[in-house]
Design a protein around this ligand. Sequence first.
Ligand code: SF4
Length: 926
Amino acid sequence: MNDSFSTRRQLSVNGKSLTYYSLPALGEHFDLSKLPYSMKILLENLLRHEDGGMTVGREHIEAVAQWDATKDPDTEIAFMPARVVLQDFTGVPCVVDLAAMRDAVTRLGGNARQINPLIPSELVIDHSVQVDVFGRPDALDLNGKIEFERNMERYSFLRWGQKAFENFKVVPPNTGIVHQVNLENLARVVVEREVKTDDGASELQAFPDTVFGTDSHTTMINGIGVLGWGVGGIEAEAAMLGQPSSMLIPQVVGFKLTGKLPEGTTATDLVLTVTQMLRKLGVVGKFVEFYGEGLQHLPLADRATIANMAPEYGATCGIFPIDAEALNYLRLSGRSEAQIALVEAYAKAQGLWHEPGAPEATYSATLSLDLGDVKPSLAGPKRPQDRVLLEDMQVNFNDNLTGLIVGRKARVGCAESDFKEEGGAQPQASHLAAKPQSKIRIHDQDAYLHDGSVVIAAITSCTNTSNPAVMLGAGLLARNAAKLGLKAKPWVKTSLGPGSLVVTDYLRKAGLLDDLEQLGFYVVGYGCTTCIGNSGPLPDVVSKGIAENDLVVASVLSGNRNFEGRVHPEVKMNYLASPPLVVAYAIAGTVDIDLTRDPLATTADGTPVYLRDLWPSNKEIGDLIAATVGPELFAQNYADVFKGDNRWNQIASPEGESFRWDEASTYIKNPPYFDGMTMAVGHIADIEGARVMGLFGDSITTDHISPAGNIKKDSPAGRFLQARGVQPADFNSYGSRRGNDDVMVRGTFANIRIKNLMLGGEEGGNTLYYSPGGAAPEKLAIYDAAMKYKADGVPLVVFAGKEYGTGSSRDWAAKGTNLLGVRAVVAESFERIHRSNLVGMGVLPLQFQAGENAQTLGLDGSETISITGLVDGASRTATVVARRADGSEKRFEVKVLLLTPKEVEYFRHGGILHYVLRQLAARRAA
Ligand code: SF4
């Protein structure tokens, strides 16, 4: 390694001497005094990996040290995280790919053992538990049982991976949610590691903990000063295999916090406010850094809540510095005194330590918020950035309802025969019609469902479950409600999904678990549940009631994602809210209510109860945190974090370096990416004679492209599974079948809510297939059409609007696109991770020129497309020619979004995994 600026120093701590690359030493060459915290972390990363320019050169260090806050990002640097965290939905396909690479590297002349994570890679199984059972004491046990039955093959495979790969650990199911486990246990904040030196010896080094995670909310760890963000599985695999990740030196937006949260508000209200402000500013591709005297009043848990939602505000990360509060949290969560001493000593030695009143850094732009101005809020009904003041909720619901009931048949709560005499069902004149209602019989009582009925109330998601203030706040509200004899309405599916075992313990210690249970909030599982779409089926009577009048019902969840179709296919409106508000809406049973003015329920004697009667004070919550949340809870629950329970330990799993694939498995399959691969590198060719597979509007999410939720019985994936003897009840979710490309490719673009404009915008994953013979176009499921095009030898393209690929990082959104035969996606703009994943899978991302899109160019998807001028990746632009059936043409220029030389290189190889494989195989051959 090089050390052009002579920055290697020794740090004495805990009686040891550790080598580190000193930023103050570099400060003798450059003025680093105004550099943001996050840029200093990037700089240290470069200093430690300087290798004469192969990956990091002197010029890269100079570029970051002389960072120009206002410059548009155009300088590429390498970043090598200290570790990787994975969750099981995205982690299983990573391990499948690693297993497939072991086979492939052997075929190319290498050795299977060359394929191992080179940095600590920790996978937390948290995304598979589903809320099948709720509202009863055995819900946790039964959901766990069903989870293991459904996922046995995947779990057996992961247990094989745990044994076969070095540097790879698995946190078993029923432990917690990945980001919360990361915060509470896995994060080191400062790493102490034995590192190989050039002379073959090794030395003990100290450096900042940095992390890539295969989940977009990896940013939660930014709350404790760890720089990291979500990447696609493809980038994570590369990082695990020791490949640097290329990035452009980002802009950094400073977010100044002052004041203190007022009485009656929560960290959830704060994060929804921050999200709305940052979305408005526009921070896509940027780092956000929080600073200001408000930090002193912001517990670590609140910081983590804010950091968690970086994907919702669109930033790469949302980071807080290391300070005394970070150390308090490390102590609270049971980290060793030696680790805490290392964090403090290193942060102080490096100028990464934050003291109140410290001089402010220079930022690319700044925003500020007085915490005292935050008001109780929700966000929805379908985007996390659409904050709604609690006092405006009823109006918001009704405004949004209007658009959702246009053309709905009026039933008005009576049987159709009741009004046949009058002409039967007529299209409803929306707001003029009487409100429909469905009578249902549930829990031995009659009830009525309406538009706005809350059918799911879920305390869920690491965003909030990591935060004792909102969890204990929910418990206290439940206690106050239970004392008055209130309950959740019978049609509400109530669930409590604690983010870790610690949460249940402090709720129990505070005596609040019973109160939550009285309201119907029994623990349903330790995992993502509703936030990822694992909300499970609604009771049959509720489903029927919704269908009977095509009701627009709602969910209220303490999660961070509420895209259409995400939470539950039968629920069109989804509001994000703090856990206490989730409990309140469960009691009210409707979002068609103003909780600031109307009573949410009445007691048995008819006394109205208002939200303000139930809401606990900040002091009450603070006192309870002090009394119940202590290091012993963390120590107890994390002592054997990788061990797992009996169910986990009884899973049989194969042995051996290479995985023995089971051809009959519908969960785990050797993917076809490396079939027929040789050592020869390809080139980036122009695309001719392509057909349009989809013409989409704005904000197509990765969930639209590759849904994680239910597999429909009559979908291509559903038909495939049934043909292999899998009954619909055992379909499980797409997310759980990401280890099987046969299922996943059939699910690509199969979201029931995706609208293909080629079909006039109707919902469902269909398209028009144009046969080579010129027959009339045929409406087919996208997978079926893609396979016909494949048989015809016709490449495919996708056209889309703004923010294509927004939402959770999801490598299958790129893998499935590739396997369908899509060669290029032309969009107005791309979400950062999805663009990079497309590149990683050999699908070309192209961008319309500003002001242009498929509509302004008059494209309807019937055209034949050619894309020329790619010049083997050397050109920044390409020419698209769309030929219509009548022979006329539309010609336009697009930007080629291969952003770095390394990306061009990956693309030539056919993708990042092919690139890595050839490097490793060549090393072996040499
Ligand atoms: S709870 Fe939600 S945000 Fe957290 S990891 Fe799970 S899906 Fe992601």
